[in-house]
Write a protein that binds this ligand. Structure first.
Ligand SMILES: C[S@@+](CC[C@H](N)C(=O)[O-])C[C@H]1O[C@@H](n2cnc3c(N)ncnc32)[C@H](O)[C@@H]1O
Ligand code: SF4
Length: 254
C-alpha cells in the first residue's frame, strides 16, 4: 500500500470548515469516476483498472455509492443551493454507460438543482465514444465533452501508452458537435521523443477540428508511475525544460 499524504485527517462525517460553507458563493459539483480500461504510463490520477478493485468499489457498485455521496454532500452543505457547473472527471467517466452518467446528473438536479445554462461536462477517452453515446449524453443534459487527445502522432501516443487511434480524433469531435455539445481537447507536450514538428502537428490537427477549447498540459513525470520508473532507469529521458518552453511558446502563438 502506498503511504497516504501527510495532513489533516478528514472528518468521517464529511463535515466542512465554516469557510467552505459560505452560502454567498456559487456552487459547483465535481463527480469523480475512478475507472480506466488501462492505466497510461504517465498518469497518477486516482483511478483503477477492473482487476485492481475489490467488492463495493467496482463499476457495478458506482451508482449506489455516488448516490450516497451526493446525499452526504447535501446533508453537509445544509441549505440547498443550485449548481452552476457540473464536471465529471476521472479516470474515464465515459467507461460507464451514458445512462449511468445521466442518472447521476438527474440525482444532482433533484438534490441540489442545476441552474439554467449551467455547463455540464464529462471527460472522455476517445476510445469510449460513439455517436449513440454522445447523443445520449446530450439528451441527459450534458453540454460539453472534454476529449483526451494528447497527441496526433503515433510514436508519441505509444510512449504515453495511449491506446486510441489518432486518426479517429476529427471523427470523434464531429460526433460531439453533431450531438449539439461543446468540445474541448486535451493535449500533452514534452513527451520523450516528441520533436517540435510532432508537437506542431498535434496542435495543427487539434485546431483543424475547430474545438471550443484546447487544454495543453506540459508532461509531468510523476513518481510512482510506469513512466517515472522508465525515467529513473534511464530508459526514457526527463523532459527538457527548454524544449517544454519552446513548445509552450509555439502553442501560445498558434
Ligand atoms: C482524467 S484525464 C482525461 C480523460 C481520459 N481519462 C483520457 O485520458 O482520455 C485528464 C487529462 O490530464 C492530463 N494528464 C494526466 N496526467 C498527466 C501528466 N502526468 N502530465 C501532463 N498531463 C497529464 C491528460 O491530458 C488527460 O487528458
Ligand atoms: S490519462 Fe486518462 S485514461 Fe489515462 S490513466 Fe489517466 S485518467 Fe486513465
Amino acid at each position: 500500500m502506498p503511504a497516504q499524504p501527510q495532513g489533516d485527517v478528514p472528518p468521517l462525517d464529511g463535515s466542512l470548515p465554516d469557510s467552505a460553507l459560505d452560502s454567498s458563493g456559487t456552487l459547483a459539483a465535481y463527480v469523480h469516476v475512478p475507472y480506466c480500461r488501462v492505466r497510461c504510463g504517465y498518469c497518477d490520477f486516482n483511478t483503477y483498472t477492473a482487476t485492481e478493485l475489490g467488492e463495493g468499489a467496482n463499476r457495478e457498485d458506482y451508482p449506489d455509492q455516488i448516490a450516497s455521496e451526493i446525499d452526504l454532500a447535501s446533508r453537509v452543505l445544509g441549505k440547498p443551493r443550485a449548481l452552476n457547473t457540473v464536471f465529471f472527471g476521472g479516470g474515464t467517466p465515459t467507461l460507464l454507460p451514458a445512462s449511468v452518467l445521466g442518472s447521476v446528473l438527474s440525482r444532482l438536479k433533484s438534490v441540489f438543482g442545476v441552474v439554467t445554462g449551467a455547463e455540464v461536462t464529462t471527460e472522455a477517452n476517445p476510445d469510449t465514444l460513439s455517436p449513440e453515446y454522445v447523443g445520449e449524453l446530450a439528451r441527459s443534459g450534458f453540454t460539453r465533452v472534454s476529449v483526451g487527445m494528447q497527441s496526433a502522432v503515433g510514436h508519441v501516443l505509444q510512449t504515453l501508452d495511449r491506446t486510441h487511434d489518432p486518426d479517429r480524433i476529427p471523427e470523434v469531435v464531429a460526433w460531439v458537435k453533431d450531438a449539439g455539445l461543446q468540445v474541448s481537447l486535451d493535449l500533452i507536450y514534452g513527451t520523450p521523443g516528441e520533436s517540435l514538428d510532432d508537437w506542431k502537428r498535434s496542435v495543427d490537427v487539434a485546431l483543424e477540428c475547430e474545438p471550443d477549447h484546447i487544454s495543453a498540459y506540459s508532461l509531468i513525470v510523476e513518481p510512482g508511475t510506469k513512466m517515472g520508473a522508465q525515467v529513473r532507469r534511464g530508459e526514457l529521458p526527463m523532459p527538457d525544460e527548454d524544449d517544454l518552453a519552446d513548445k509552450y511558446e509555439w502553442a501560445d502563438s498558434a
